[in-house]
Design a protein around this ligand. Structure first.
Ligand code: C2O
Length: 574
């Protein structure tokens, strides 16, 4: 808990972990101080929801340590792997200007850090501030390996809203009793859908709705009349979530670490990979109020956890163990509730610097597929729809991670690991949302496996239309792009067509993860001015495992500070 106004610099300095020799030079000139951290990846015994198990943590903490910095600071984190599992850390939302080597997705920008090895991440928060998070980017380790990354404005620069009395981090998560690496292997081997989480969690605590969890509750103590800043982070794996506080309004002021116009609502929706800052004023009678996280499920026919995680918003002076007032969450399939939150996201300052002329127009379909069963033990390994194997794809290509990182293969010109032929448009245009020819039971196998990259020239102005398809089921997919933020200039339901689309080029939000509406589309724009290999994928891990992703290769430019530097000496080997 940081009491922002008075104790912030002290906190920052206390949190700095004393230095060691810096071997790697940051390529982007950094003006700010350096923030050093040490992350030990460890197996830690944790007891939750009536069961104890070993799980992977950073420094034995769950959620992991908060990384603090200020805008333009350089951050150096030495990660040492003391577990038998492969690992990497991704700094979600950090644009990694000229530092693609430190982005973290396994087999995209680096090989995993193997047991006993270490790797030092080194990057600069170039013109970035706000609420970020870090997470493991290997198998499903993100289920337990995650934490917040908070970047304050430069000293003397205030927030664009009244300074809150206190600020708090709330990380939404999903918790399994089972080992998550095992769970992932089992799910992949089954060909079918994943097992739902045993519990949702807020800052690692499931709260009183689950067995043995009456005392495993996160609580914020509040003073009547004060305003609190809550930094929400969605670190969950496979489910999008609603969040609400009983009887209290939430004013959204930041989304994906960019300020937004204040927008007041009584609930928000976050997909995995999204962050949001809300202000809450303790303006209700003294009492204990629930803060609740519950599922948003837009897909048809999936099993899910329907018990919400509860934390307490506890007024000082209220009877300590009083009954807590329940929060009203929208029902699990309330698409309209999602749309109203999205409609409220506008960038704070206008007009924004969104590209108006476009050099590269991309149209990418996203969705699920079913592949034919080729197994001799179909009962075991083909548990997908119609006795098939579940898959997912972009433009009918199901992404396969290569055996070395795409970035290394690209940089060192090693052939055979990826091809540069990801299609900029789908093979055919049809009624993507409602119909044939790509829907069950007709032609669900129209998907090819491959590691195909889409190459963009340095500086190209890109428009990307993401179109959900009805193959298997329509669904809201949180699509995340590494290395960039993009302006969300439009979205809607049904099939995208330039005639029915109206774009906001004045104050669109600047995000890194966009929940493409269920059975709909989203249009985003950005300038490809950061060279490297950037993963773009659905942040629902099950979809990522099934292949819902691709990579964008952005070439070097010709000017100064427009080329990707050499890889660091300690880059892990496969
Ligand atoms: Cu938050 Cu590719 O990840």
């Amino acid at each position: 808990m940081v009491k922002f106004s008075s104790s912030f610099p002290l906190w920052l300095s206390l949190l700095l972990i004393h230095g060691y020799n810096v071997l790697v030079k940051a390529q982007w000139p950094s003006e700010g101080p350096i923030r050093f951290y040490e992350f030990k990846v460890q197996n830690t015994r944790v007891a939750k929801v009536c069961t104890s198990k070993d799980m992977v943590t950073i420094n034995g903490m769950f959620p992991g340590p908060v990384v603090y910095a200020q805008e333009d600071d350089r951050i150096i984190v030495k990660v040492t792997n003391e577990t038998p599992y492969n690992t990497t850390i991704h700094w979600h939302g950090v644009r990694q200007k000229l530092s693609c080597w430190f982005d973290g997705p396994s087999y995209i920008t680096q090989c995993p850090i193997q047991a006993g090895q270490s790797f030092t991440y080194d990057f600069t928060m170039v013109k970035q501030k706000g609420t970020f998070f870090w997470h493991a980017h290997v198998s499903w380790l993100r289920a337990t390996v995650y934490g917040a990354l908070i970047v304050y404005p430069k000293t003397g620069v205030p927030y664009p809203f009244k300074a809150p009395y206190e600020e708090h981090i709330l990380i939404l998560g999903e918790y399994w009793l089972q080992d998550v690496v095992e769970l992932e292997h089992e799910t992949a081997a089954s060909g079918g859908p994943p097992t739902p989480a045993n519990a949702f969690t807020i800052n690692g605590h499931p709260g009183p709705n689950y067995n043995c969890s009456n005392n495993d509750v996160y609580q914020i103590d509040v003073v009547s009349g004060k305003t609190y800043m809550l930094r929400l982070v969605h670190a969950g794996l496979n489910v999008e979530s609603f969040f609400a506080i009983a009887n209290h309004n939430l004013t959204i002021v930041e989304a994906d670490a960019e300020y937004t116009k204040p927008f007041t609502t009584d609930r928000v929706m976050l997909g995995p990979g999204q962050t949001m800052v809300v202000l809450v004023t303790a303006d209700q009678p003294l009492g204990r109020y629930s803060m609740a996280m519950g599922p948003y499920i837009s897909a048809k026919g999936v099993k899910f956890q329907n018990i919400s995680s509860i934390a307490y918003f506890q007024y000082l002076g209220a009877v300590p163990n009083s009954f807590s007032l329940p929060a009203k969450l929208p029902s699990f399939n309330d698409n309209l509730a999602v749309k109203t939150v999205m409609d409220g996201l506008r960038s704070l300052t206008a007009p924004v610097n969104v590209p108006r002329k476009i050099d590269s127009e991309l149209f990418v379909t996203i969705g699920l597929n079913v592949q034919k069963c080729h197994s001799k033990t179909p009962k075991k390994t083909c548990q997908g729809l119609n006795n098939g194997v579940m898959a997912a794809s972009m433009n009918n290509i199901s992404f396969v991670k290569p055996k070395v990182s795409v970035l290394e293969a690209y940089y060192k010109k090693i052939n055979g690991y990826f091809t540069e032929d990801f299609p900029g448009v789908p093979r055919k245009f049809y009624d993507f949302v409602n119909g044939a020819p790509n829907s069950i039971p007709n032609n669900t196998e129209a998907v090819m496996n491959g590691t195909r990259a889409l190459v963009l020239e340095y500086g190209s102005r890109v428009q990307l239309i993401l179109q959900d398809t009805g193959t298997v089921t329509t669904e809201n997919h949180p699509i995340h792009l590494h290395g960039y933020s993009f302006y969300v200039v439009g979205y809607g339901t049904g099939n995208y067509s330039p005639q029915n689309a109206s774009f906001n080029l004045v104050d669109p939000p600047y995000m890194n993860t966009i929940g493409v509406p269920v059975g709909g589309w989203a249009a985003v724009r950005f300038v490809a001015d950061n060279p490297g290999v950037w993963f773009m994928h659905c942040h629902l891990d099950i979809h990522q495992s099934w292949g819902l992703g691709t990579v964008l290769v952005v070439e070097n430019g010709k000017g100064k500070l427009e080329s990707l530097p050499h890889p660091p000496a300690d880059l892990p080997r496969c």
